[in-house]
Design a protein around this ligand. Structure first.
Ligand code: PLP
Length: 391
């Protein structure tokens, strides 16, 4: 089945030969058994049934099935948030080990690597995923165990050449974690390129409606899957069935939403790139973006994502906040991937945990605004930004 068909037809459940158009939300937190031997059998082989909700639950399991289908295979574990999903990978594959990471990751991921990983006995080094020479050098000479990159970086939407990175890492005996949140499986399926761990913050595009927090990790090998499952049982960041159901509902329209968001983002990027108040625009759909060719190859012509960022010529926080506050349609909110257009101020939101120097080193200045473009009519989005910038 093609991707669009999978979004609609995966993660359903037949009941006695009948297929409900929407799966039930199974809220049970535990399951009672008549025969103790049957309960014991489920403890022994968790895939044979359900015993206790923190370990596994039917509605999240359907979501896991759907996400695996969208990622092109593998097995998926869902978590209470995207950060819980990233923490699960770092705890099982990074703790006590050497981790090589891009410096311009989502701020909370960067902070987890920079602060928590060393506390847990691990070591971290940061190397730009776009600096191939430095990546190759670190892989060959430092011999890390795990490489951490984002398909599209947050917030400057730099494009990681995942095929190349995964191949280099693998030949140096290093596993790769790809945070695919900005691209979603609609644009990119890193597992198919050989990535070992593919993370999505379900809070963003997969759910898409601003009413769920969730995360997922998809892997290809049973050993990693079992380790992640054990981690979830131990630490308890289980996804609630209601959130799983809403995410499944969101997934049904993932392709339609992303199609419109990519198209709207390109139109807005073209408008902003010609505006005198804008100094620099970051969007891989523009020919001028250094990752344009890579994104075209990686995303197979489906689009370039729904997120863009731009630096105001004025370059100050006051100017950026004034533009953001004049917007009438776009919402000022610290998230992305919703059906509504959202603007965020990275220096104080996604990258608040970084020092000024750390932010400057990765190009996050005081005049930077990030936009997650929604599915509204593109004319309304342009008009909104035009009046906010021209005021
Ligand atoms: C790229 C990226 N990864 C992970 C996360 C964390 O996801 P969550 O907020 O669901 O924990 C975010 C949140 O903004 C993100 O932007």
């Amino acid at each position: 089945m093609k991707f669009e068909t999978l979004t609609v037809h995966s993660g359903h459940q037949r009941q006695g030969g009948i297929l409900p158009s929407s799966p039930p939300i199974e809220r049970a937190a535990s399951w009672a058994f008549d025969a103790m031997a049957d309960l014991d059998a489920v403890f022994e082989d968790p895939s044979s049934g359900y015993d206790y909700g923190r370990d596994n639950m039917p509605t999240p399991a359907l979501l896991e099935e759907a996400i695996s289908a969208l990622q092109g295979g593998g097995r998926t574990q869902v978590f209470a948030t995207g950060m819980a999903a990233i923490a699960a990978v770092l705890a099982t594959a990074g703790s006590g080990r050497r981790v090589l990471a891009a410096p311009d990751l989502y701020g909370a991921t960067y902070a987890m690597l920079n602060a928590w990983l060393p506390e847990s006995g691990g070591e971290v080094r940061f190397v730009s995923a776009q600096d191939h020479e430095a990546v190759r050098d670190a892989l060959q000479n430092w011999r890390p165990h795990l490489l951490v990159v984002e398909t599209l970086s947050n917030p400057l939407v730099k494009v990681s050449d995942l095929g190349w990175l995964v191949e280099q890492a693998r030949s140096a005996g290093c596993k790769t974690l790809v945070d695919n949140t900005f691209a979603s499986p609609y644009l990119c399926r890193p597992l198919e390129l050989g990535a070992d761990y593919v993370v999505e913050s379900l809070t963003k595009y997969l759910n898409g409606h601003g009413d769920v927090l969730g995360g997922s990790v998809t892997v290809n090998d049973d050993e990693s899957y079992t380790a992640l499952n054990l981690h979830r049982k131990r630490f308890g960041a289980t996804l609630d069935p209601q959130a799983a159901w809403l995410t499944l509902r969101g997934i049904r329209t993932l392709a339609l939403r992303l199609h419109q968001q990519c198209s709207n983002a390109l139109v807005l990027a073209e408008f902003l790139s010609g505006h005198p108040a804008v100094a620099t625009i970051y969007y891989p759909g523009l020919d001028s973006h250094p990752g344009h060719e890579t994104a075209a190859r990686l995303f197979g012509g489906r689009g370039y994502g729904g997120v863009l960022a731009f630096d105001l010529d004025a370059g100050t926080r006051a100017a950026a906040w004034a533009v953001m506050e004049r917007l009438q349609i776009a919402w000022r909110a610290a998230t992305l991937g919703d059906v509504a257009t959202l603007v965020a101020y990275p220096a104080h939101a996604s990258h608040r945990a970084l020092t000024v120097e750390q932010r400057q080193a990765i190009g996050i200045g005081d005049g930077l605004i990030r936009v997650s473009v929604g599915i509204e009519d593109p004319d309304d989005i342009i008009d909104d930004f035009a009046q906010a910038l021209d005021d």
